[in-house]
Design a protein around this ligand. Structure first.
Ligand code: ADP
Length: 170
């Protein structure tokens, strides 16, 4: 499994699936969630309404509609509450569940945003370490169709952290 880091807008990524850092209602929000719904168009929200939400640490797949990506895998990251509320385990679960769903569907390329590091306030360095470790372990331990995982960083700090993290662990 190849891991790459890019800086930019995930709604522009022409991959099999982009990942949405959603909230548990799956009915849209701000940040990357708002950007994905705006770019995908109203049919995405219509499909999301039928999913009955999603618990923290879990994930659900929909079509990509007007996005260049074929699918959106919506996952709900933990809200940072200081670190003693199972945040690390729940964040790792997001990355793992997305890759399990992508594998079930036979998808090859998946692009992740930096889950929980926006309004959910997860410390970016800790979130980056968990994302890289979880995805790398998945690639090493599981049979998967996923050949490329892109970490799509919106802000400079995340971009720098992921570049650093990949250069020291790859
Ligand atoms: P959360 O509620 O999980 O914290 P946010 O959407 O607030 O979700 O933030 C998650 C990450 O997504 C942040 O690092 C933010 O900078 C980033 N982000 C916001 N818009 C986009 C976008 N269009 N493409 C990729 N990443 C984005």
């Amino acid at each position: 499994m190849k891991l790459t880091v890019i800086q930019g807008d995930i709604t522009k990524c022409a991959v099999d699936a982009i990942v949405n850092a959603a909230n548990s209602s799956l009915l849209g929000g701000g940040g990357v969630d708002g950007a994905i719904h705006r770019a995908a168009g109203p049919d995405l929200l219509a499909e999301c309404r039928m999913l009955n939400g999603c618990p923290t640490g879990q994930a659900k797949i929909t079509g990509g509609y007007r996005l260049p990506a074929r699918y959106v895998i919506h996952t709900v990251g933990p809200i940072w509450r200081g670190g003693n509320s199972r945040e690390p385990e729940l964040l790792a679960s997001c990355y793992r569940r997305v890759l399990e769903i992508a594998t079930e569907r036979g998808l090859i390329t998946v692009a992740f945003p930096n889950i929980s590091t926006g309004v959910y306030r997860y410390p970016k360095d800790q979130a980056c370490a968990i994302a890289l470790k979880t995805v790398q372990e998945f690639g090493q331990q599981r049979e998967t169709s996923v050949h490329e995982v892109q970490f799509v960083c919106f802000d400079d700090e995340n971009f720098r952290l992921y570049q650093q993290g990949l250069s020291t662990t790859a």
